[in-house]
Each structure stands twice: as structure tokens, then as C-alpha cells.
Design a protein around this ligand. Sequence first.
Ligand code: B1M
Length: 232
Amino acid sequence: MSEDEQDEIILEELSLEELYELMHEDLYDGYAEEIEEEVHEALGRGVQPYDILTYGLVAGMDIVGVDFRDGILFVPEVLMAAKAMKAGMAILRPLLAETGAPKMGTMVIGTVKGDIHDIGQNLVSMMMEGAGFEVINIGINNSVEDYFAAIKEHNPDILGMSALLTTTMPYMRVVINALKEEGTRDDIIVLVGGAPLNEAFAEDIEADAYCRDAAVAVETAKKFMAIRKTKG
Ligand code: B1M
């Protein structure tokens, strides 16, 4: 949507569906400020932050992903879209993290070596924080040494790994094997996620579980924490 066209749009007059559509378009065009305004508009209407995230931002990013795959969008445009997505997420983050829940556990999460995609794992971090977990997000491009340093420092219950590329997902096995060699694999719950993964892959690399999305990550983390607590 061009800025002139945007000027003509009165957000308050749009239905929620139209507002989501506008968010998809503005995310596609990488308009961070407009995304911020639209997120505020949806919040002002009392829409749940999780719904804005899911139907506005994540759904918009899916469209970007398809056109990126098909060669319609290129890296600079996708970077702009990612920036707009992050601007929207920044508004929602404190709202999703607002919780009176008792501390559920600690998680270290990071994207694996060679991979710089971080939107998905940031979203997982936000949702986990919202569910009462303490999250140490170590960012992108993490080597075995990076994961180990964070584990030593924070002694987490859960290690979360993210990979968005078919070429980087095998690195998860490298990390898990390093934990085994060190004799600490059974001390930590390993959850993995990212678009190219599936359950069979998680099983094959001997992760504890594959998480399809952030909501599943929260549910799975809670489930494993309950088991861990019963075992004492
Ligand atoms: Co990239 N990219 N990208 N990219 N990019 C993909 C992944 C791709 C599928 C696009 C495509 O072709 N359709 C494709 C990979 C193909 C493949 O491997 N088979 C691809 C490619 C090829 C590349 C480059 C190689 C392009 C190039 O340079 N020629 C390059 C690689 C750079 C590198 O990492 N070394 C590259 C670069 C980039 C950008 C920098 C431009 C940008 C990243 C910006 C950023 O993250 N800061 C980017 C983006 C944005 C994408 C797409 C369009 C969107 C990813 C995203 O943010 N999705 C993506 C297309 C797609 O995935 N459909 C694509 C939204 C996000 C909410 O979903 O990350 O899946 P997702 O996370 C979900 C779940 O997967 C899960 O929960 C999240 C929330 O629900 N989850 C976890 C994720 N991690 C988890 C961890 C957990 C649990 C659940 O731990 C417990």
C-alpha cells in the first residue's frame, strides 16, 4: 500500500478482517510504522495480543514466505518485512509476557550455527515468557560452544533450538551429540522447531520433541516440566 493510499485509509472504519488484510499488505511492503499503528488499533478494539500476532503478523509473514520462495520477493524486501514484523512484535511482547503465573522453569533458546532467522524463536521466547518461563534468548548463529556457555551460565531446564534452513537443521544433531559426549544430555529437555523440521527429524536426532509453533512449544515445555517435577 503506497503512503498516499495509506493516508486515505481510516483505520477505525475497517472491520477486523480488513484490518488484518491491511496488516498483511503493509508487512509485505515493509511498512513498520503502519504496522505499529494497526497493531495499536487492534489492541484498542480489545483484540487479544495472541490473535493479532497470529492472524495479523504471522499470517502476513506466510504470504511473504510464499513470494520469497517463488522469486517474487528478494532478500532486501524480506528484510524490510522482517523489520516491520519485529516492530509489531515489540508492541505485543510486553502484553504477552504479562503474567501472574509462578515461574515455570528456565529455557535457553537460540538459532543454530549458519542460520540468521530469528523471528520464529523470538516469538517462541515471547510466548514462553507469557507462560511464566524465564527465557534466555541467545540469538542467531550459535555454535556448540555458544549453547554450552549459555547452559553453564544459566543452568536451564530446557534447551530450545531453532533452524529455518534445510542446510542448518543437521547442526541440531551436532549439539545433541555434544551434550551426550559431555554426559549431560539427560539433564536437559531439548525442544526443537523451525519450518523445515518435523517429528521424525526430532526423533531421529534424539531431541525430546518437535514443536510446530510457539503455542505448541509452550504446551510441550509445560508437559515436560510436569514430568521433570514428578521425577523430582
Ligand atoms: Co529466509 N528462507 N533465507 N530469510 N526466510 C526461508 C526459511 C525459506 C523457506 C524461504 C523460501 O524459500 N520459501 C528459505 C529456506 C529454504 C530451505 O532451506 N529449504 C530461505 C532462504 C533460502 C534464505 C536464504 C538462503 C536466502 C538467500 O540469501 N538467498 C538466506 C539465508 C540466511 C541464513 O540464515 N544464513 C535467508 C535470509 C532471510 C532474511 C535475512 C531475508 C529473513 C530473516 C530475517 C530474520 O529472521 N530476522 C528471511 C525470512 C524472513 C524468511 C521467511 C520468509 C520467513 C521466516 C519467518 O520469520 N517466518 C522464510 C519463509 C518461511 O518460513 N515460510 C524464509 C515467521 C515465523 C513466525 O515462523 O520462523 O517458522 P517460523 O517460526 C515458527 C515455527 O517454525 C516454530 O515456532 C515459530 C512461531 O510459531 N519455531 C520453533 C521456530 N523456531 C522454533 C524453536 C523452538 C520451537 C518452535 O524451540 C523450542
